[in-house]
Design a binder for this molecule. Structure first.
Ligand code: NAP
Length: 303
């Protein structure tokens, strides 16, 4: 029996593990992938205090080593089910085993939202990508489109100009959502072009992607754009499928918490991108993790 089980080992889960370990609580972090979560897919991070520039995999490794120094355990496994009906929480793992803990911190993050247009699934890995860091280098001297208008679309669009000869950002409105500093960088980059008021209706090709069919939402005009790659950055969906029956989720599938990161089930906390929150950053996930670990510590004091 653990004092605290943490599901998800991104910056939130790792920080919670660090604080819980420091509080001498027997703690385990369960994650199906590598430590760091979405940081693993981020090439450069320039807004984590103390590091003017660090790669995502480097920061992941540093956080992981730092957390394990305080005695917290790491287990690579997928949480496929959960029982929160009793005081002891039970996490069912993909290998058929289960982990029991007195308190639970959910830090499962989110995954890229799909466009849900014809061709998207068919060409995934053959021109369609959700990770410029992973796949950008395959598009050297090629033309790519980036779908979306938020921080991710604009930041990754600028990143892709290192490889691609031309990057067209396709955005459904006439204004980007991205932070001003990111917009400034994009507009100053001669390789970046923006197709405003436009939605992708279909991704077409043969063996690989060759074009996207688009529609201007203001004029209703249909057209097609030749492209070698389609990078989709239209936001994220929370990884909460295994929590559907728990009553913890809001209508969008995110977990509601109070400012102590407590959910409505005593002893169950949620942090980072999976939480119903206004800002989803590495630094906010880490902050959530510290708060949740201390809240769990106080909860366990009167267990
Ligand atoms: P986001 O902020 O939710 O933006 C999603 C973008 O995709 C919006 O521009 C949205 O258009 C568009 N969109 C959504 N659904 C669409 C659809 N079905 N078809 C076409 N376009 C669609 O997502 P994000 O950019 O991935 O960012 C997620 C979070 O991570 C944000 O909180 C962001 O600040 C943070 N982040 C921060 C940094 C950084 O600080 N350096 C970097 C990356 C991400 P509308 O604008 O019309 O809604």
């Amino acid at each position: 029996m653990y004092d605290i089980a943490i599901i998800g080992g991104g910056p939130g889960g790792l920080t919670a593990g660090m604080y819980a370990g420091r509080a001498r609580l027997r703690t385990i972090i369960i994650d199906k992938g590598l430590p760091g979560g979405q940081m693993q897919n981020t090439l450069e991070i320039e807004n984590y205090p103390g590091y003017k520039m660090i790669t995502g995999p480097q920061l992941s490794e540093l956080m992981y080593e730092h957390t394990l120094e305080f005695g917290t355990e790491w287990k690579q496994a997928e949480a496929v089910g959960i029982d929160l009906t009793e005081r002891v929480k039970i996490i069912k793992l993909g290998d058929g085993t289960a982990i029991k803990a007195r308190a639970l911190i959910i830090a499962t993050g989110a995954q890229p939202r799909k466009l849900n247009v014809p061709g998207e699934q068919q060409y995934a890995g053959r021109g369609v990508s959700y990770c410029a860091t992973c796949d950008g280098a395959f598009f050297r001297n090629k033309e790519v489109v980036v779908v979306g208008g938020g921080d991710s679309a604009v930041e990754e669009g600028v990143f892709l100009t290192r490889f691609a000869s031309r990057v067209t950002i396709i955005h459904r409105r006439d204004q980007l959502r991205a932070a001003p500093i990111l917009q400034e960088r994009a507009f100053a980059n001669p390789k970046i072009h923006v197709l405003w008021d436009t939605v992708v209706e279909e991704i077409v090709g043969d063996a690989k992607v060759s074009k996207v069919k688009v529609k201007n939402v203001k004029t209703g005009e249909d057209s097609a754009l030749d492209t070698d790659g389609v990078f989709i950055y239209i936001g994220y969906l929370p990884n909460t499928e295994f929590l559907k029956h728990t009553g913890l989720l809001n209508a969008s599938g995110y977990i509601e918490t109070n400012s102590n990161m407590a959910t409505k089930i005593p002893g169950v906390f949620a942090i980072g991108d999976v939480r119903d929150t206004a800002l989803r950053q590495i630094v906010t996930a880490a902050g959530d993790g510290a708060v949740a670990a201390m809240s769990a510590y106080h909860y366990l004091e009167s267990w």
